[in-house]
Design a protein around this ligand. Structure first.
Ligand code: LLP
Length: 419
C-alpha cells in the first residue's frame, strides 16, 4: 500500500491530497487525519486476532471525533470508554452496547446507572468500594450487569512514568487477592455476572516483552480462578501498543508494532479458550493524524534559534507534558541547510514547545510544517488556555477532504459564559 502520508515531487501529501495546495488560504493550525491509515491500522488488528475469539475495542480517549468513531465502528470494532461522556458518544456513533467496555478508577453513581441501562459488554471494576456500589445500584435497578475486575499486575512497561499504569504505585486496578475475593462474592450474586479480568500495563509500549509478561500473569490468574470453580470467559488485555513517533514520512515502509507485537500477545493466550478483548487507542489513530502549523516568526537569542509557529501546547500537549518526541516535517522538501532549533508556540509558558534542539531544514515565515503522530492524545487533550479556540479537524479519503470538526470561534467560547 502507498503510505498515507508521503512526499510526492517533494511536497507532503495525505493519500491523494496535496497538502500544500489544500492549505492555501486555509487557517492554521489544524488537525488532519487519513482514512486509509485508520483502515490499515484497524485491519492489522483484525488480522492479528483472526484465529482467536476476539473483541477489538477502540479507546475513545485517544480521539473521540464522531467521524473517526464511525469509521472504526464500521471496521467491526467495539468501544472502550472511561466516562459517561465517552459512553454516550460511543452509543451515538452506533457502537452496539454489547461491544462496549467501561474502565476508570472513579466512576460516579450516575455513570454506573448509565452503564447498567445500556447492557454493555462489561464494566471493569477497579476497587472494593466501587464493587459494592455497583452491586447496590444493579440490585436497585433490578438489572444484571456483566463485570470484570481490573487487576494491577505490577509489571514494568518501560515507558514514560506518567503513562505507565500497571505498577502497584499507580492508582489503577486492584491487587489480585482482592479481585479473587470479589470474584467469588459476585459469582453468588444475582445482579452481578463476573465474566473475567482486565489488565492494562501502560501506553506507548513498543516491545513484545512486557505484553508477554502480562500474558504469563493472566494465564496464572485464569488457572487460579478455574481451580476455585469460577467461570471465566473474557480476558481484557488493555491497550498500550505504541507507534513510531520518529516517522518522518520519508521511509518506504512505516513500522507498525500492531503488526508485530499484538499477534504475539494474542497468541500467547489463545489456548485458554476465552474471549480476548483489546482496548487500542494510539495504535489506531496516532499515526493517522498530523497537526499542521505555520511559521510565524524566527528569532535568535545568544543561546538558541527559535521557530515560532501558530500551534501550541494547548493544541498538542504531549511534548510539554511527557517530553514526548514528535517528528516535524516541512511541507516542502528543499535542498536547504539544517539548523538546530526549538519549535515553540505562542502560549505564555516556557514549557510551550513542540520540539527542542531539533535539527530541521531552515524555515521561513509562512512555511507550513506537519507534526507527525498527532492523531492520538492531540485534539483530545486540547484546551482553551490563553483563550485559544480549539482548531478544525479534517479527514482525508482518497482525493476528498471532509471537515469533521469545524473548530471554535471566540464567540463560541464566550457564549458558554454569563456576561
Ligand atoms: N485501556 C486503558 C485502561 C487505558 O488506560 C488506556 C490509556 C488505553 C486502554 C488506551 O491506551 P493506548 O492504546 O492508547 O496506549 N495521554 C497519554 C496516554 C494516556 C493513556 C491513558 N490510558 C499520551 O499522550 O501518551
Amino acid at each position: 500500500m502507498k503510505r498515507a502520508f508521503h512526499f510526492k515531487n517533494n511536497v507532503l501529501h495525505c493519500e491523494d491530497v496535496n497538502l500544500q495546495q489544500f492549505s492555501q488560504n486555509r487557517a492554521t493550525p489544524y488537525y488532519l487525519y487519513s482514512e486509509a491509515q485508520i483502515i490499515e491500522n484497524c485491519q492489522a488488528v483484525l488480522d492479528a486476532g483472526k484465529d482467536v475469539d476476539f473483541l477489538p475495542c477502540y479507546a475513545l480517549k485517544a480521539n473521540y471525533n464522531p467521524a473517526i468513531l464511525k469509521l472504526v465502528r464500521q471496521m467491526g470494532f467495539g468501544a472502550d470508554v472511561v466516562s459517561g461522556g465517552e459512553l454516550e458518544f460511543a452509543l451515538k456513533a452506533g457502537f452496539p452496547a454489547n461491544k462496549i467496555v467501561f474502565a476508570g478508577v472513579g466512576k460516579t453513581e450516575a455513570e454506573i446507572e448509565l452503564a447498567i441501562r445500556t447492557g454493555m459488554h462489561s464494566l471493569n471494576i477497579e476497587s472494593i468500594e466501587e464493587y459494592y456500589l455497583v452491586h447496590q445500584v444493579a440490585a436497585r435497578m433490578k438489572k444484571p450487569l456483566r463485570i470484570a475486575f481490573r487487576i494491577n499486575p505490577d509489571i514494568e512497561a518501560h515507558t514514560h512514568d506518567y503513562i505507565t499504569t500497571g505498577r502497584h504505585l499507580n492508582k489503577f486496578g486492584m491487587p489480585l487477592s482482592d479481585a479473587i475475593k470479589l470474584y467469588e462474592h459476585a459469582a453468588n450474586e444475582y445482579y452481578l455476572l463476573p465474566v473475567g479480568v482486565h489488565v492494562h500495563i501502560g501506553s506507548q509500549i513498543l516491545k513484545a516483552k512486557p505484553f508477554l509478561e502480562a500474558a504469563q500473569y493472566l494465564r496464572q490468574v485464569v488457572e487460579q480462578l478455574r481451580a476455585k470453580g469460577l467461570e471465566i470467559s473474557t480476558l481484557d488485555l488493555g491497550g498500550g501498543i505504541g507507534i513510531d513517533y520518529e516517522d518522518d514520512f520519508q521511509k518506504a515502509e512505516a513500522e507498525l508494532p500492531i503488526k508485530t507485537v499484538l499477534p504475539q500477545y494474542l497468541h500467547a493466550l489463545k489456548d485458554l479458550n476465552v474471549k480476548l478483548v483489546v482496548e487500542l487507542g494510539r495504535s489506531i489513530i496516532g499515526n493517522a493524524g498530523i497537526l499542521v502549523s505555520r511559521v510565524l516568526y524566527r528569532k535568535q537569542t545568544p543561546l538558541k534559534h527559535f521557530v515560532i509557529v501558530d500551534a501550541a501546547m494547548n493544541n498538542l500537549i504531549r511534548p510539554s507534558l511527557y517530553q514526548a518526541y514528535h517528528s516535524i516535517v516541512p511541507f516542502i522538501l528543499q535542498d536547504v541547510p539544517k539548523q538546530k532549533v526549538d519549535v515553540v508556540g505562542p502560549v505564555c509558558e516556557s514549557g510551550d514547545f513542540l520540539a527542542k534542539d531539533r535539527m530541521l531544514p531552515v524555515m521561513e515565515r509562512g512555511d507550513l510544517l506537519a507534526v507527525g503522530g498527532a492523531g492520538a492524545y492531540g485534539q483530545a487533550l486540547a484546551s482553551n488556555y490563553n483563550l485559544r479556540p480549539l482548531i478544525p479537524e479534517y479527514l482525508v479519503s482518497g482525493d476528498e477532504v471532509k471537515t469533521i470538526y469545524k473548530g471554535q470561534s471566540i464567540e463560541d467560547i464566550a457564549n458558554q459564559y454569563e456576561w
